[in-house]
Structure formats: C-alpha cells, structure tokens
Design a protein around this ligand. Structure first.
Ligand code: ZN
Length: 253
C-alpha cells in the first residue's frame, strides 16, 4: 500500500489536465511547493469542490509519490469569500500567488513566504483593505525574502547613507550623485524611504504609513522593472519595459 502524507497549504495554481483532471500547485508549510494530481476534478459530479479552488487554504491527504502527488482527500480550512467577490482584491491575490509560485522552488520548505502570503490573503479578505499598498508591500517583502529586492537604505556602491536620489537597475538599488551612471534614473524624493518603511514596518500597521497613491504606482513600477531585470521570466502585473534603462520620467513624476 502506498504511503500517505497529510499537509496543509494554499492552492496557488490550477491547470487542466486531459479531459477530467486537474494539476494543482499547492504551497504547504512542511513540504514546500508540491504538485497535486486531482483525478476527475473537472467532472460535473466531482467529489472535489471549493477546497481545491485557487487561493483556498485546505488540508490535503496525498499519496507520497516522488513528483506529482495524487490527491486522496481534502478538507477546506479557509475560502476567503470577500476577497474572491471583489475584482481588485482577487486580481491582487492571484498576482501574489503567481509571483510566489514563480519564485519558490519545488519541495523547498518555506514557512516565511507561506506566512507572508497568508497575511496578504487575510488583509485582502477585508472589504476596506488598501489593496495597492498591501500588494506593493507583499511584492517588496517577497523579493526581499528571495534576495532579489532593491537596496534602498544607502548608496548600493559606496554605502553613503540615504537620501540618494538615483536608482541603478544594474547595480540593484539606490546610488548617490557621485556613484551614478548615465543610465541610472532619478527617483522621486522620499520614494526610497517610503519603500524601505513598507519593507520593515509591522504588517498590521502598514496602512498608517503615509504613502501617496502616486508613490505606490511609482514604487510598483520600479519593482516591476527591477524584477524584469533581475528575475528570469518574472511575472509582471503591468507590462513593464524590459531592458537596462529606466523610464526616467515615470520615476520622477
Ligand atoms: Zn555612492
């Protein structure tokens, strides 16, 4: 008889397989990212329901196969109904799932990022959640956890403390006047400090941060460009220009 494993996790991706089946990507605390084979899940009278929906948190009983683990039983733990009923909230959560699924490796235990994703979903499940602010904080913290976030606190080259008004994609963060190259873009005053606070402040207190709507848009665009440059095939929410030169106007406006 095959060995079974029980684990709890979020459904990050759902891919149709053949006529009646689904392959799920599930992020768990103890097994990391696992691929799950849900046989017959697309049948009209499937025994699986909302517990295998995208973004659901469920407890899975799986056959402990080496690659794709067949699903035996599943129990819904959390469904996040308010999040799933609002387009902006849902779109933000799906983007968060896609980014996480892209960055985390198969089978790698990862409690830190699981916790971060759970915090994002709990926040987005509130009707009054400031979606753009939390999406930006999540993106920055996730990149930070994977070691691919920009350096913001001092000049990335000479370590002279902030404020450093220029940003270098190539060198991975803010640069001072003396260290800047022709290709570096100018940053809006206060943007680096705002992003830095988004990264370090307690999650629940982030909405007290006075980061304007424009700063959030600029910060998000900056991170998208940073990802396009440093992360292979990075999934971007907005279509960002790939390449080495920053859109200088966008950073300044
Ligand atoms: Zn410098």
């Amino acid at each position: 008889m095959s060995q079974l494993v029980k684990t709890e996790g979020f459904v990050l991706r759902v891919i149709p397989f053949q006529d009646e089946d689904l392959i799920l990507t599930v992020l768990t605390g103890d097994l990391g990212k696992v691929s799950v084979f849900a046989k017959g899940a697309r049948r009209l009278r499937s025994r699986f329901g909302p517990e295998i929906d995208l973004l659901s948190l469920s407890e899975f009983v799986l056959v402990d196969a080496k690659n794709i683990k067949p699903l035996r039983e599943v129990t819904l733990k959390q469904y996040f109904p308010r999040l799933k009923a609002d387009y902006d909230h849902l779109s933000s959560a799906l983007y968060g799932a896609r980014l996480l699924s892209h960055l985390v490796r198969e089978g790698q235990r990862d409690l830190k990022n699981l916790g971060l994703f759970a915090a994002l979903l709990h926040t987005l499940d509130r009707e009054d959640a400031p979606v753009a602010l939390y999406e930006l904080a999540y993106k920055l913290r996730l990149l930070d956890n994977f070691g691919v976030a920009p350096h913001l606190e001092s000049c990335v080259r000479c370590r002279k403390p902030a404020p450093t008004p220029w940003f270098s994609l190539e060198r991975g963060g803010v640069v001072c006047q003396a260290c800047r190259l022709e290709s570096d873009g100018r940053m809006k005053a206060g943007l680096a400090q705002g992003l830095s606070a988004l990264r370090t402040m307690e999650w629940a207190k982030l909405e007290r941060l006075r980061l304007g709507a424009q700063d959030i848009v600029l910060g998000s665009a900056l991170l998208d460009r940073f990802m396009a440059y440093h992360v292979q095939d990075a999934p971007l929410k907005q279509r960002a220009t790939k390449g080495t030169s920053l859109n200088k106007r966008l950073l300044q406006e």
